[in-house]
Design a binder for this molecule. Structure first.
Ligand SMILES: *Cc1c(COP(=O)(O)O)cnc(C)c1O
Length: 382
């Protein structure tokens, strides 16, 4: 059993009353380890993408871990964060004037999505210091620099290449300093696309510097690491060598949410009732999709429910491969509110159900105030 899960089980056993269910429990140590491991493998800066998990206590307590900065996508997230020393990047196609103003006032670095945002930034010029701007490049801008054509899904983020050229000219003309660029080719795509992204980015550095007439400082190559990034056969050494070809004045960064947070979080709910309908067993829990939307797998066509660990009176019950299963259902009156299943364990009221890998998007990507159900509490452990 993973060390943090073992610790969690011990804490639930010793201090059950301390935890109100349903709840998320995050391991500070796992967050720090995940960050270190990924950053060391990449050999670059690593920015935390806040939308994966914005639990304030967790971010504050992990603030020192995210030494290369945090990326924020909304004014709500900006207001959430206490001011700190590490850089803040704000990045959202819909960022409006008041968000951009607030971001400049709190010394964030702006990642510019479109030419209209650039016009707004120009209005603020001279009123407050503005950090060198980062231009967000749409993934399609890489195509022209790639040797082999990689087929990726289109998205609406950032500037197309024509607009990149206009933006560079606009910044030069108006004395808006450009610090570099940022490209993100979507979640889960790192191992497939990283090498070609880096090769294209290397050429884009030269395009930027010759258009601007001065060196840029930052290239953010995006991320797209999945939870199990370590188990893929990706040659990090080769990748680090490739990154070594960037000019030494360039700081290279990657960014991640999922890979840093997912495995650091657990979701715990208690079984209230057990019943059976036409031979199908159900465990009715005190938490469900209203606190952990992703577990209900509403976005997958073929649902494979997570199989949680069961804790009963201090003992961990192991399931087996018996076909008889029990579906774990939540509190929302929605027939999709099935968050997991157990096999080979006859559930009882009072059992605690512990789901692993719930640290990224499970809490933040949950549709909150349905039926005025209580939200999940969050706890931290060392
Ligand atoms: C959401 C997002 C990320 C984080 O994606 P993960 O899959 O959680 O690593 C990184 N960069 C940008 C621009 C994003 O919007």
């Amino acid at each position: 059993m993973k060390a943090s899960l073992e610790k969690l089980v011990a804490q639930l056993n010793e201090q059950r009353r301390h935890f109100s269910t349903p709840c998320y429990i995050y391991s500070l140590k796992d967050v720090a380890n995940n960050y270190r491991k990924l950053k060391d493998s990449l050999g670059t800066s690593l920015i935390y993408s806040l939308k994966a998990n914005s639990c304030l206590d967790l971010i504050v307590r992990s603030g020192h871990v995210f030494e290369d900065g945090i990326e924020i996508a909304s004014i709500g997230e900006l207001n959430l964060l206490p001011r700190g020393e590490s850089p803040r990047y704000i990045n959202n196609p819909s960022a409006d004037k008041s968000f951009l103003r607030a971001a400049i006032a709190s010394k964030c670095t702006l990642v510019i999505d479109n030419l209209s945002q650039l016009e707004i930034v120009k209005e603020f010029q001279g009123k407050r210091p503005i950090n060198p701007l980062i231009l967000r490049l749409n993934p399609s801008t890489l195509d022209q620099f790639e040797e082999s054509t990689t087929v990726t899904k289109k998205d609406h983020f950032g500037l197309g290449w024509g607009d990149v050229e206009s933006a560079l000219a606009f910044c030069k003309e108006n004395d808006l300093k450009v610090g570099g660029f940022h490209v993100f080719r979507g979640s889960y795509n790192f191992s497939k696309l990283a090498n070609s992204t880096a090769q294209a980015a290397l050429q884009i550095v030269h395009k930027f510097e010759s258009a601007l007439g001065y060196p840029i400082g930052l290239v953010n190559l995006g991320g797209g690491f999945d939870l199990n990034w370590e188990s893929h056969e990706f040659d990090f050494e080769h990748y680090r060598n490739l990154l070594g070809e960037f000019p030494s004045h360039i700081q290279i960064a990657h960014e991640s949410g999922r890979a840093l947070m997912a495995s650091a979080g657990y979701f715990v709910t208690e079984v209230r009732y057990v019943k059976s309908i036409e031979g199908q067993q159900y465990g009715v829990c005190d938490g469900g999709m209203a606190q952990n939307f992703l577990l209900a797998k509403t976005e997958s066509t073929f649902k494979r429910y997570s199989q949680p660990l069961i804790l009963r009176e201090g003992r961990v019950l192991e399931g087996d491969s018996k076909p008889q299963n029990c579906l774990l259902v939540g509190t929302s009156c929605n027939k999709e509110d099935i968050i997991g299943e157990t096999k080979g364990v006859a559930l009882q009221p009072g059992d605690l159900v512990i789901f692993s890998n719930c640290g990224a998007y499970n809490a933040s990507y949950t549709v909150a105030p349905f039926l005025s159900l209580p939200s999940a509490k969050s706890y931290l452990m060392e």
